[in-house]
Write a protein that binds this ligand. Structure first.
Ligand SMILES: CC(C)(COP(=O)(O)OP(=O)(O)OC[C@H]1O[C@@H](n2cnc3c(N)ncnc32)[C@H](O)[C@@H]1OP(=O)(O)O)[C@@H](O)C(=O)NCCC(=O)NCCS
Length: 100
């Protein structure tokens, strides 16, 4: 967790007073690609537009870059709903797998 936060170069967070209620953690080159590695909103604060706003602010920091992500199973309907296009040729090489 520590490395995930330290090594990310674009982190946007949402707060309700002192309570962290949302986070968008990305790696970006600010030119071509922003990989949105994690988007999470506290359960008590979901469906209030916080996820959408975290992504808007992430995009605003790197407006020329495409926003790219892998959806968690529970969020597969979310991303098309807020404007993302499904990419038919996205590929993952899982950690520990070898390039053949
Ligand atoms: C998925 C998640 C980030 C959405 O954040 P949120 O702040 O609750 O969503 P928003 O309020 O921005 O929702 C925007 C719109 O998407 C809809 N929506 C929210 N969650 C949805 C879901 N899981 N599936 C489909 N639509 C969803 C909302 O109803 C809203 O629609 P409307 O504007 O037409 O009324 C949040 O539910 C979450 O953190 N879930 C658990 C962790 C997770 O799965 N993260 C995604 C990792 S890829």
């Amino acid at each position: 967790m520590g490395d995930m936060l330290r090594q990310a170069n674009l982190v946007v967070s949402a707060w309700d007073g002192d309570l962290l209620v949302g986070i968008a953690r990305s790696l970006t080159d600010f030119a071509y690609a922003t990989y949105l590695a994690d988007l999470a909103v506290r359960e008590s604060h979901q469906r209030l537009g916080i996820g959408r706003e975290l992504m808007r602010r992430t995009q605003a920091e790197a407006p020329r870059a495409n926003l790219i992500l892998l959806a968690a199973p529970k969020a597969v309907e979310y991303y098309p709903h807020v404007g993302f296009t499904q990419h038919g040729s996205a590929w993952v090489l899982y950690a520990g797998s070898e390039i053949r």
